[in-house]
Design a protein around this ligand. Sequence first.
Ligand code: ADP
Ligand code: MG
Length: 259
Amino acid sequence: RPQCGHGRALKRRPTISGERSMAKLTIRNAIKRYGALEVLHGVSVAAQDGEFVVLVGPSGCGKSTLLRMIAGLESISDGEIEIGDRIVNDLEPNERDIAMVFQSYALYPHMTVRDNMAFSLKLARRSRQEIEQKVNDAAAILDLTALLDRYPRQLSGGQRQRVAMGRAIVRNPAVFLFDEPLSNLDAKLRVQMRTEIKTLHQRLGTTMVYVTHDQMEAMTMADRIVVMRGGHIEQIGSPHEIYDAPANSFVAGFIGSPS
Ligand code: ADP
Ligand code: MG
């Protein structure tokens, strides 16, 4: 059985049944055009195995577009996306070995927590036994075991967000994608959920790409930060590197470094 928090030592290895090797993500010269309008101008970045990469930048700079391209929810106009040694440009979202957590929790209101988490596995025609095992494992990791028979309306905002993460982790993806998952939460809960997501990351050891417009979120959560502006990357580095040696005045101003 997976160990579940509460003072026990965190495991670095995935605890979801049917574990498999981790993969990294590479984006090469990604361009996105909507008709004549180019919104990503050739973005290149890689996330190493197990790395927590935060994409940060002002509203409209192309963070969601890049994430949705990785997920396969938007086509790529030019360039390449590689997930775990496969070029995925032409693969459907469900073939890409990713799972995405959105800001609107997008839970099914008429389904229990258990059924919300089981849904994608049922679609994928996994066995009953496997589904039950994976849902129970995910619930234990996320401290949702006591809430499995509740409906979303009976949950707090933070609990709903954990169910949304549970739906992602039952699928055991190589890469987790988060698009501003905390922006609907109040300030206190937001800070608490940062820690919960980082704990989840330590537990699963999976590559995660996390989008936010919040500098503090980026600085406190990231292994590496990718600072974007206007459809391109201004700087990539650890929080320390970005803060101590911003590449230019935009990065300094955005991150709030002394300049
Ligand atoms: P962010 O997530 O950083 O706020 P987005 O990726 O949502 O930015 O948007 C980047 C740019 O692409 C914006 O200028 C936005 O208006 C434009 N954009 C996004 N989606 C579309 C679309 N479907 N059609 C045309 N332009 C779009
Ligand atoms: Mg966005």
